[in-house]
Design a protein around this ligand. Structure first.
Ligand SMILES: [Zn+2]
Length: 350
């Protein structure tokens, strides 16, 4: 009989994050774990959540999903857990369990738009509108309806209302600093939630020391009733990882301008098959930008080939200030470098 403990545990944890402490999925999974008698004794929800922030392989002793490295990052589902739950959602056995999990729904709106563009016959148009949309989201944690209308006045495949759906009314969210009566927009992590009166960046690891509070990192935004803010799932999955992508793009454009042998870097070619592709001499290089550098062991895979994009070298590139431990992974096709090391390599090959 298949082991459902891990999927139901993951679903139960996602529901716990939404305040449902007694979901049937979590009760089932915890019951199974007690029967197996290998689970550490857990009494509180906070103890359970703390465990979920540890890499799965360090504490889960049963059958788990290979693709999930850790269930939670801070108080949110990890990207791998979210992707895993999304694949479960397609299996009818889990559909009822998962339909209500809000974070997945946020992210799914963007995913649906991506899939729709990938099916368009006019590939070039779909590609350029995709780039326009994703750039807009990365650069506009906050926007008004008229910002959106103006930016998407001439697109054919993406309507202003598609874009509007990726935002919420800022006033409805817990974002306004009650003392200063402003919102904060961080150049690295977007809209800053306020919890119990205190600004709490969504991802302190990318904000924190690199983006000191109250200084150049945070822009103050005056409240207005027309102000919209990016949905949290989109902020986490598109804006935050997008900031280092655009930073690398800008540096590569400078190299392109300085060296005739370096082609113009292309963003998200193949409608997001890679983050950046560029010609370096006679070779096509493709890059996936990672949020951090470190030893990810079995979770890092070679960058796949795309039927229409014939690359010669593939790289994972991470922001140099986000190297959490020395990278030692060996992959067959993919080289792993910090952005500084990568830019030096491009300049050297030029
Ligand atoms: Zn920040």
């Amino acid at each position: 009989m298949p082991d459902y403990t891990f999927p139901y545990f993951a679903i139960g944890i996602a529901k716990l994050l939404e305040g449902n402490r007694y979901s049937s999925e979590l009760r089932y999974a915890l019951g199974q774990l007690t029967l197996k008698d290998w689970f550490p004794q857990i009494v509180t929800a906070s103890g359970l959540l703390a465990l979920c922030r540890q890499p799965i392989e360090t504490w889960w002793r049963g059958e788990a999903a290979d693709s999930v490295d850790v269930l939670l990052v801070g108080d949110r589902l990890s990207e791998s857990a979210e992707n895993y739950l999304n694949t479960l959602r397609k299996e009818s056995r889990y559909t009822d369990s998962i339909s209500g999990i809000a974070q997945l729904a946020d992210n799914d709106l963007f995913r649906q738009l991506l899939l729709r563009l990938r099916q368009e016959d006019n590939r070039a148009r779909a590609q350029s509108e995709y780039v326009q949309l994703r750039r807009f989201l990365i650069e506009h944690a906050f926007a008004t309806k008229s910002d959106i209308r103006n930016a998407f006045a001439n697109t054919l495949l993406i309507t202003p209302s598609d874009v509007r759906d990726l935002y919420m009314r800022a006033d409805d969210m817990s974002l306004r600093d009650p003392q200063a009566n402003v919102y904060y927009n961080c150049q690295r992590c977007g809209a800053v939630p306020i919890e119990e009166g205190i600004p709490q960046p969504l991802k302190p690891q990318v904000c924190g020391a690199h983006c000191p509070r109250w200084r150049e990192g945070w822009e103050e935004i005056a409240p207005s009733k027309h102000l919209l803010v990016l949905r949290r799932g989109v902020q986490e999955r598109t804006l935050i990882p997008g900031v280092p992508e655009l930073r690398l793009l800008a540096a590569l454009r400078d190299l392109h301008a300085a060296h005739g042998t370096i082609g113009e870097p292309v963003l998200w070619p193949g409608i997001d098959s890679y983050d950046i592709a560029m010609q370096v001499g006679d070779a096509l290089w493709v890059v996936d930008v990672k949020d951090r550098g470190g030893n990810f062991g079995r979770f890092l895979k070679d960058i796949p080939h795309h039927p229409d994009i014939h690359w010669h070298r593939a790289f994972y590139v991470y922001p140099h200030e986000r190297e959490v431990e020395k990278v030692q992974v060996q992959l067959d096709w993919t080289e792993i470098l910090s952005d500084q090391a990568f830019l030096a390599l491009v300049a050297q090959e030029a």
